[in-house]
Design a protein. Structure first.
Length: 224
């Protein structure tokens, strides 16, 4: 239901997948990829969120590169430079907020795995454009170590069996110390990437359904 678009990113350009709700407009939402790249699964998430009423933009942080191999995904993630990621993130927020198909004053951002860290980065580099952040089990090399500049409330969705739980606990402490409103939900039996319906080995349908209901409610509350 979406289409590829091009937007300005600090003097250069970047691409993204834009999905608009059937009503023709809705609150703006940036949807950030896992470490695999801007694949069909991420585009499907953008489509799903458009059906929930959000005008959803999934930026392409890897600039056309997509993989199914974990080793290659790791290399792509490590090769993503913070400066370039910041340019794409800021450009996506500025572009989406300015679109006539966006009804909200500010845009939200949701990210998964590596994208959860990039969602935090987006809120940091575009604080005046971002009104809500959802971090789904994400930290990663480009996640900001200092969260003091984040103005938007944050929702964390984590799995209790995730290997990064220590990092998630630290994130919560850092957000609290910075005075950033933070709400988190931990699913005790869930592992990393449990929202990804294409990852059959970790996907947990019941937990995913509950998490998505909380995510949509949080975004609709803060994006008006």
């Amino acid at each position: 239901m979406g289409e590829m678009v091009t937007f300005t990113a600090n003097g250069g350009t970047a691409n993204g997948y834009l999905a608009v709700p059937s009503a023709g407009r809705g609150p703006g939402l940036i949807v950030i990829q896992e470490w695999w790249g801007l694949n069909d699964q991420v585009k499907g998430v953008a489509d799903m969120l458009a059906r929930e009423g959000f005008t959803s933009l999934a930026p392409d942080f890897y600039r056309g590169k997509v993989t199914r191999e974990p080793d290659e995904a790791g290399k792509l993630m490590m090769a993503l430079q913070r400066d370039d990621a910041s340019k794409v993130a800021r450009g996506a927020a500025t572009y989406l907020r300015a679109q006539k198909v966006v009804s909200s004053e500010k845009v939200g951002v949701i990210g998964f795995c590596m994208g959860g860290g990039l969602a935090m980065l987006t809120a940091l580099v575009a604080p005046d454009d971002v009104g809500a952040v959802v971090n789904c089990y994400g930290v990663g090399p480009n996640a900001p170590s200092d969260v003091k500049g984040i103005k938007a409330p944050v929702l964390g969705i984590f799995g209790g069996k995730d290997h990064s739980m220590d990092a998630f606990e630290k994130l919560g402490r850092d957000l609290a110390a910075a005075g950033v409103p933070f709400e988190k939900h931990v699913y005790p039996e869930a592992d990393h990437a449990f929202l990804n319906e294409q990852r059959k080995e970790v996907y947990r349908e019941k937990d995913a359904k509950d998490a998505w209901s909380k995510i949509v409610r949080f975004l609709k509350k803060h994006l008006r």
